[in-house]
Design a binder for this molecule. Structure first.
Ligand SMILES: *Cc1c(COP(=O)(O)O)cnc(C)c1O
Length: 354
């Protein structure tokens, strides 16, 4: 299967890899397809990256029928390009779409589309350590109709962005604000789906946290604000005593692909990994006792993000591992990014050549 390609006639200027940052520059091409209830997915193609004409009454603008994925293509040590666990990202999008009454794209087809796009823009895959070509598959309702019901027309597209090392100058611990008032996702809601709406719900708390000097927000359960859920762009792990604990997946937690990598790698390294409820009181008690060894987040963008501080309500501040990168977080980062770059054996078959 090969999509028709309309090549750009105006290639975009490339940036120095050291200046890439995250999600600010985009590769030359995008993949795009349209869906109608009568014909299913059609007109799949690759064309120059650029603005799309849309009906201002399109469902995505009014009722938020929108979801996305985020996966990476890496330049491996042998000079080739591989996608990291693409089948999981494609399957997750397929699973999530029905929750928003959207049509899904068959995972194998989506992966083939992503693969071809990366091939077309292969020159955009950066090669220095910590860099990648980040792919953003997106699904939106495009039918122009203001009645409240699922739309009958959709657009699926994939754009890509060369991204720099998330932490220029090495992995650095983040400072996290524990949010005790606002809620990202509640049981029965959209939390386990990569819906744009979840991010809309999270922006204000994140902005408030920034004002207080914190990098990210830790979300707790919507009911009592006691059980740890996740960090909104990352799943959370706490190394307590000799157990690596992460909250069990539920309909308010996104099932991270990186979370799955961490669980597998840690178990294979002989660490006891437990998926169970963990409360803020338990974390505070463990911190007081000295048994809270490390806390870190996992997600495609940063891979592993060590947490150096947790702030509860601005008064109680828990410094974790003296605000430094813990040995387990450091090891997991090296291991996962080594597999991604092809400098460590891919013993789980996580890489797929494009
Ligand atoms: C994408 C995302 C994650 C991380 O998932 P990965 O598959 O590891 O990138 C965690 N939480 C939320 C809410 C997310 O949207």
């Amino acid at each position: 299967m090969n999509l028709p390609v309309r090549q750009t006639t105006t290639p975009r200027p490339k940036m120095k890899e050291a200046d890439l940052g995250f999600g600010r520059v985009f590769a030359d091409h995008m993949m795009i397809a349209e869906y109608t209830a009568e014909q299913g997915w059609q007109n799949a193609r690759i064309e120059p990256y650029g603005p799309m004409a849309m009906d201002p009454a399109a469902g995505v603008f009014h009722y938020g029928q929108a979801m996305f994925e985020g996966l990476k293509a890496f330049r491996t040590a042998d000079g080739g390009v591989s996608l990291f666990r693409p089948e999981h990202h494609c399957a997750r999008m397929q699973r999530g779409a029905p929750r928003l009454c959207m049509p899904s794209v068959e995972p194998k087809l989506m992966q083939a589309w992503a693969s071809q796009l990366v091939k077309v823009d292969e020159a955009w895959v950066p090669s220095s350590a910590g860099t990648a070509l980040y792919l953003r598959p997106t699904l939106i309702a495009t039918e122009g109709y203001l009645g409240v019901r699922p739309a009958s027309r959709y657009t699926f597209f994939i754009i890509s962005s060369p991204v720099g090392a998330y932490y220029a100058g090495g992995v650095k611990p983040v400072r996290i604000w524990v949010e005790r008032e606002q809620t990202r996702a509640a049981h029965g809601g959209l939390g386990s789906v990569k819906a744009g709406a979840n991010y809309a719900a999270s922006l204000l708390a994140a902005q408030n946290a920034k004002k207080e000097g914190y990098d990210q927000v830790l979300w707790l359960d919507a009911d009592k604000h006691e059980q740890i859920e996740e960090v909104g762009t990352m799943n959370l792990f706490a190394y307590v005593g000799d157990e690596l604990v992460t909250p069990p997946l539920s309909d308010s937690i996104l099932a991270g692909v990186t979370r799955d990598c961490v669980i597998q790698l840690a178990r294979d390294a002989g660490i006891k990994v437990v998926e169970r409820t963990i409360t803020m009181s338990e974390v505070q008690a463990a911190h007081a006792k000295g048994s809270l060894k490390e806390v870190f987040g996992s997600g495609t963008a940063a891979v592993i993000s060590p947490v150096g501080e947790l702030a509860l309500g601005g008064k109680t501040k828990l410094s974790i591992n003296k605000g430094e990168v813990g040995p387990l977080a450091g090891r997991l980062y090296e291991e996962i990014s080594g597999i991604q770059r092809g400098t460590r054996p891919d013993k789980y078959g996580w890489l797929t050549k494009v």
